[in-house]
Design a protein around this ligand. Structure first.
Ligand SMILES: [Zn+2]
Length: 131
């Protein structure tokens, strides 16, 4: 673990390199809050350290979404570009609460989206007559 002061200097160097690299390529660099981007499921928003069984693997403990951890985190970062609600969060704790609220909303939406089979809705006859 780096001492806090060294992390700050390190972050300044990385920030400068990213800004320089983007300007060189005539691209726009945009700041995004990255808290929990490596622990958040890019499908259901469930956020937990347990979603990362190892450095390379992301496997959601709730929905089972599984892919390379870097790809999952990059997907989350990309989704956050225009996420004003997340950008308004002032602390990591607020971000975690927001992500878990989104997970609950996702699960509620999924529960409501379960479609009853047509037979149970009475849309088709269930007669077993074969002829
Ligand atoms: Zn998930």
């Amino acid at each position: 673990m780096w001492p806090r002061r060294l992390v700050s200097i390190h972050q300044i160097i990385i920030d400068w390199q990213l800004a320089w690299g983007a300007a060189k390529r005539r691209l726009q660099a945009t700041w995004v809050k990255s808290a929990y981007s490596s622990q958040e499921c890019s499908v259901c928003h469930y956020t937990d350290r347990a979603n990362r069984p190892d450095q390379q693997t992301f496997c959601c403990a709730v929905c089972g979404h599984r892919l390379h951890a870097d790809l999952n985190a990059a997907t989350n970062i990309a989704k956050r570009l225009d996420d004003t609600e997340l950008q308004a969060c002032q602390t990591k704790a607020e971000i975690k609460v927001l992500l878990m609220q989104r997970h609950i909303a996702y699960r509620e939406h999924q529960r409501l989206a379960v479609v009853q089979p047509p037979v149970q809705l009475g849309l088709f006859e269930t007669s077993t007559d074969s002829g």
